[in-house]
Write a protein that binds this ligand. Structure first.
Ligand SMILES: [Zn+2]
Length: 276
């Protein structure tokens, strides 16, 4: 009897070790070997102000770690969201679908306030139809906010991959980069545009492992990560509570609950471009 008990306990111990090892290995799939981990972005880049240009309410979740850390170190942060996210699905459904744009606009404004963002404009371009808006109109909309808020760093989507291959993301990344380059070349009101562009990147190993065809495509079309910062899982989980229509989105899209995903994937990876 005693031998059986020792055998069972031994087997249980082995299973726990295998599970812990598997979990550790899974966690490493969200790291980027090419990236340098930096504790402080402002210290690394001398940032005093950051503008995040996104496409949809909740896109700020991808850079929430960056925004709260910059804010905590005294930098000012700003946000511009191109659409109200009216074409999205609800996870779970908590509002009339026809009201979704208004509800999601409110959600992102509440979340940006919680992140300590100084000012946040949400525009009314068509969700999933940003590609139909004339490029010059979008560039002018972004440039107007840059001139108003004068960020020294722009955070936006890598135009070739958009973090998730979403057309709206790629389009906003493209126009934001053009707006920044034009200001560098031709300052307005004495403001010569942002000096850096920080592009948040998807974790490439995990994308190839569990992201399906789209994940592989994204990993193939984004640059190697240069910097990693702590992603602040608690802030992201709070973000999903605030984005109530998207609260179960992570579970629906990734197949794992948000608390698990954000604890395993607890870094934000960036490629940083310095503008001349
Ligand atoms: Zn989005």
């Amino acid at each position: 009897m005693k031998k059986v008990l020792i055998g069972v306990l031994g087997l249980a111990g082995v299973l726990v070790l295998v599970a812990a090892g598997g979990l550790y290995w899974f966690k490493t799939q969200f790291d980027e070997a090419s990236a340098k981990t930096v504790a402080s972005r402002p210290a690394e880049f001398g940032d005093h102000s950051i503008l995040f240009v996104g496409a949809h309410p909740d896109d700020e979740q991808l850079v929430a770690g960056l925004l709260v850390q910059a804010r905590a170190e005294g930098a000012k942060t700003y946000m511009l969201t191109a659409t109200r996210g009216e074409a999205g699905q609800q996870h779970p459904q908590i509002a009339r679908q026809k009201d979704l744009g208004a509800v999601r606009m409110a959600e992102t404004l509440v979340n940006s306030y919680a992140l300590g963002v100084e000012a946040h404009d949400v525009l009314n371009y068509p969700d999933s139809g940003v590609i139909t808006v004339p490029e010059e109109e979008l560039i002018a909309a972004v440039q107007a906010r840059m001139v108003l808020w004068k960020p020294d760093t722009l955070a936006t989507f890598w135009p070739e991959s958009g973090f998730s291959k979403h057309n709206d993301h790629m389009r906003m990344g493209k126009v934001a980069k053009i707006a920044a380059e034009r200001l560098r070349a031709k300052p307005v009101d004495g403001y010569a545009g942002p000096k850096h562009i920080a592009y948040p990147l998807a974790p490439s190993k995990a994308m190839r492992l569990v992201g399906g065809e789209r994940g592989k495509w994204v990993a193939d079309h984004q640059p190697p990560a240069q910097y990693s910062i702590y992603s602040n899982p608690a802030v992201k989980l709070r973000g999903w509570e605030i984005h109530a229509t998207q609260r179960d989105y992570v579970q629906a899209d990734y197949g794992f609950p948000a608390w698990f995903v954000h604890r395993i994937w607890n870094s934000e990876h960036y490629y940083v471009e310095t503008l001349k």
